[in-house]
Each structure stands twice: as C-alpha cells, then as structure tokens.
Design a protein around this ligand. Structure first.
Ligand SMILES: *[C@@H]1O[C@H](CO)[C@@H](O)[C@H](O)[C@H]1NC(C)=O
Ligand SMILES: *[C@@H]1O[C@H](CO)[C@@H](O)[C@H](O)[C@H]1NC(C)=O
Length: 470
C-alpha cells in the first residue's frame, strides 16, 4: 500500500465523455489519431515543443479532470495494442486511460526530452464507436497522438519448471507445480488480511484462495516500541483450512526514524519518515547500519521459520514497490535496492535455510530487476479504479520475466473482472485486494462486482483449490 491519499484523490476522475470526436475507421492495420483533433476538456493544443505529428499536440493537464477524448471505430469487438506518443518533458509521469467510461488503466511515461512512442497496453474495442479518454492522473505531460493496432494472439507461456532455490522443500515445489498448472487458465483470488478474507466470505459466499499478510509488526524498530505481530498466526490459520499464503514486509527502517507529528515511528517504512540511508548502510559489511539490516533480516527469518515448521509455503514478496521510491529501500535508486534483495535472498536461503519461499519480485522496470536467479514470480501493485484487467502492467511483466516467470497482481485496489481478464489475455496468476479503504469501499469494489468476481468460473476460491498439496 502506498500513497493512499494521492491515489484516492487522483482516482476521483470524471467519467463523462465529450461528444463529436473525429471518427475514424480501424481495419486490420494500425490507425493513428492526432490528439489535437480529439475532444479536449480542460486541455489545449500547443506547438511550442518540436517533433509533433499533425498540426500540434495537447497539453494543459493540470486539473484532475483534464482529459482528451478520442473516438475510435472498430469493425468488430477486438483487442488492440495501444501506443501513446507523449512527451514527459517535466520528468516521470503517469496518466490514466479510460475506455468507454469504464475500466481505467495507468500508464507510466518515463522522463524524456522529446516525444516518444510509449506502449500503453491493450484496449478491447467494441464493434462501432468507442470512447478513449486520456485523463490527467499526475498531469504535466504532452500528448501528440495515439495509435491502435489489432493485437496478435498471445504466444504460449514458457514458464520455468524449477524454483530458483535448488533446495526448495517438497511442499513448496508442489505449490509451484500447482501454480504452473493453472497459469494462463485461471486466476487465484486473494485478499490482504485474514479478517477481510473472512468478510468476503460473508458478502459473497466464497473465501479467497490466497490470504496475504504483512510482517510489519515484527520489524525490530517497531517491536522495540511495543508492537506484537499476529500475522504469522493468520497465515497458519488460512493454511490450515487449505489456503495459500502470500507474505510482504513493510520493513520499518532499523534506525533513524524521525518520529515527529507528521512522520510517526510506525510510518518508518516510508522514505519520508526516516533518514536511514540504504546505500550507505550497504557500502561495507562492517558498518553499524549493515549490522542492523542483518539483525532485522534475522528477526524476520524467525517468523518465516515458524511458517516453514508448520509446512506453510510462502509467496514471499520482500522490498515491494521498490521502484516507487516511497519506501526507504527504494529511496536511493535501483542499485542499493537490488543489493539489499541479494542480501535478503542469500541470508534467508543459504544462512537460515528457508526452503519454503517462492520469491516474488514486485517492480516492473528492468533496471530494478534483481535477476533471473533470485526471482520465481514477477508482480506489480496496481491501484486503478474500474476493475480493469491491468494489461499494461501484465505486458510489461511478460517482457521483464521473458515469459519464463509467472506474473501476479500482488496488490490491487480493485478486483479485476474475469471477463476482461480473459478478453485481454491478462493471465495474472493471482490478485490480492488491499484491505481497509479498498476491499470495503464501493468506489473501488462494489458488492455486485465482488460477487461477479468471486462466483466466476475463471476465479479460483478456497473451496476450488482444496487438495493442491497432493
Ligand atoms: C486488411 O485490410 C485491408 C484494407 O482494409 C484489406 O484489403 C485486407 O484484405 C485485410 N487483410 C486481412 C488479412 O484481413
Ligand atoms: C546509521 O543510520 C543512522 C540513521 O540514518 C545515522 O544517523 C547514522 O549516522 C548511521 N550510522 C553509520 C555508522 O553510518
């Protein structure tokens, strides 16, 4: 979970669509639509930045509701690859793409000095006219045009048969084999926190297959201040009833917590709440802060060993959202984050002998990737309203893992609708909805949607995965 407030604010998007955009027929080939010819709401045409196509580009995304509305005609209902030609001349940006007033996806524009063609995932166009909105989100970028091209059918996946840890224990290998057997055919339902998983059961009659828990309160700098973790017990409870377990760790910085009115000690996993410098700490194995990192890893190993002793294989997702930079482990860029991941992998696997971990990496960008030999599954955390298929991130992760690593939606705000997952061939292995403010929030997940998701044949629930251990 990150940047909750920003996300909620940015998600308050107007879905009204403009009328009378220039219509244009799409056939089997690519079709480009100039932004300056579309319907503009709160945005304007400019020509100051050179390199645009057509007669200009669109800018002025400074309010949350500012947007461009394209009208795209398709001969049949069909999936298309979307490319946005954009200029992120003020630094890294994110935009929201909303199709026909429904599912929204988030597209990342890397900082650039010129216009560039940025892959923006896929859109399932209906036969006839479709509306595609590009809405502010972070704003402050230039849009030159969009291009849609009918998607090729997804090639068969080529997933590694073995886990990266050659000593992985039997139950963990069995889980991995099971996951491979369903990948591309079904999605596992998942929920952050046991209590919300049980709440879903009362609402939909179905219990999530996966419960995700957080080792946050076992972080030594929290324990020192009186926290008592209970998430290991929650994980064991769900395992005992035949479920699967995913574990993340909001690692409270080992030291250097500001503990001020704005940044309390318990928010010490945020970059803004600590001056702990991960790069400096990792610069030598003898400095005091390196020792503290190892102390913390050893404390977490104690908890993971309790799970191992109970026969619980763990979808283990440490250093999540590193690329965002909002957590201290990502605050100094990719190199220290990867170094810390390598330390974690080595210490937990080779020193502590933890053989019940399936290693889940949780950033999309290639420069952050720790390497094929320490990652079993790649994943992303996606907070976009509309219960869409998140195909942008799925396709990025196919590239990242070369389609040899399965792909998970490890944290989402909105449970993806199964018919969209299938139409987009977005073969996420699982989704896990975040807890408070998301699973129980109508703006993110209406009860009707949750029922649709949880009763779908495509979505595996706790009752449907029974027996995976054998
Ligand atoms: C693709 O579109 C062109 C122009 O509309 C058409 O002539 C051609 O037959 C189409 N090809 C296929 C394989 O559909
Ligand atoms: C360890 O980190 C703390 C918090 O950032 C810092 O104040 C301290 O100087 C660091 N210690 C060393 C030996 O670098």
């Amino acid at each position: 979970m990150a940047r909750l407030l920003d996300i909620v604010l940015r998600a308050t998007l107007a879905l009204a669509v403009g009328a009378n955009a220039r219509a244009c027929q799409v056939n089997n080939g690519s079709k480009t639509y100039e932004a300056e010819d579309a319907v503009l709401t709160g945005t304007n045409v400019d020509t100051a930045q050179s390199g645009f196509t057509g007669t200009g580009y669109v800018t002025g995304f400074d309010e949350g509701t500012d947007k461009i509305t394209f009208t795209i005609n398709s001969d049949t209902t069909k999936l298309y690859d979307l490319v946005i030609r954009a200029g992120a001349i003020y630094g890294d940006k994110r935009t929201s793409v909303i199709l026909n007033g429904g599912a929204s996806s988030e597209v990342y524009f890397p900082s650039s000095t010129a216009f560039a063609d940025i892959p923006a995932g896929q859109v399932l166009l209906n036969a006839g006219a479709n509306k595609l909105d590009i809405v502010s989100n972070w704003g402050w970028y230039l849009i030159d045009s969009i291009t849609v091209t009918p998607s090729a059918a997804r090639a068969a996946h080529n997933i590694n048969t073995a886990l990266v840890n050659p000593s992985a224990n039997s139950i963990t290998k069995t889980l991995y084999t099971y996951l491979r057997s369903i990948y591309g055919k079904k999605i596992l339902s998942g929920q952050q926190e046991l209590s919300y998983a049980n709440w879903i059961a009362t609402q939909t009659g179905k219990t999530p297959a996966i419960v995700a828990v957080d080792l946050i309160d076992y972080s030594p700098s929290r324990v020192e201040r009186g926290t008592v973790g209970t998430s290991v017990e929650e994980a064991i409870t769900h395992h005992t009833r035949g479920g699967m377990v995913s574990v993340l760790w909001h690692w409270n910085a080992p030291t250097g917590l500001y503990d001020t009115e704005e940044n309390k000690w318990w928010s010490g996993f945020y970059t803004r709440a600590t001056d702990f410098d991960v790069s400096a700490a990792l610069s030598s194995t003898t400095n005091a802060n390196y020792t503290l990192l190892v102390r913390d890893i050893d404390a977490i190993a104690v908890q993971l060993k309790r799970l191992q002793a109970e026969g619980v294989p763990v979808l283990w997702r440490p250093l999540h959202e590193a690329e965002g930079g909002w957590f201290w482990w990502g605050a100094k860029g990719p190199e220290p984050a990867k170094k810390l991941y390598a330390l974690l992998y080595d210490r937990l696997t080779n020193y502590h002998g933890l053989n019940n971990l399936i290693w889940v990496w949780n950033s999309v960008l290639p420069e952050w990737y720790p390497g094929d030999d320490a990652v079993d599954i790649v994943s992303a955390d996606v907070y976009a309203q509309g219960n869409g298929p998140m195909s942008t991130q799925y396709n990025q992760l196919i590239e990242l893992g070369k389609d040899k690593k399965m792909i998970a939606a490890a944290e989402v705000g909105a449970a993806p609708l199964p018919d969209l997952l299938e139409a987009y061939q977005a073969h996420w292995l699982w989704f896990a909805v975040w807890g408070d403010s998301f699973i129980n929030n109508q703006d993110w997940n209406s009860l009707e949607t949750l029922k649709k998701v949880y009763t779908s044949d495509y979505v595996l629930t706790l009752d449907e995965i029974q027996g995976w251990q054998s």
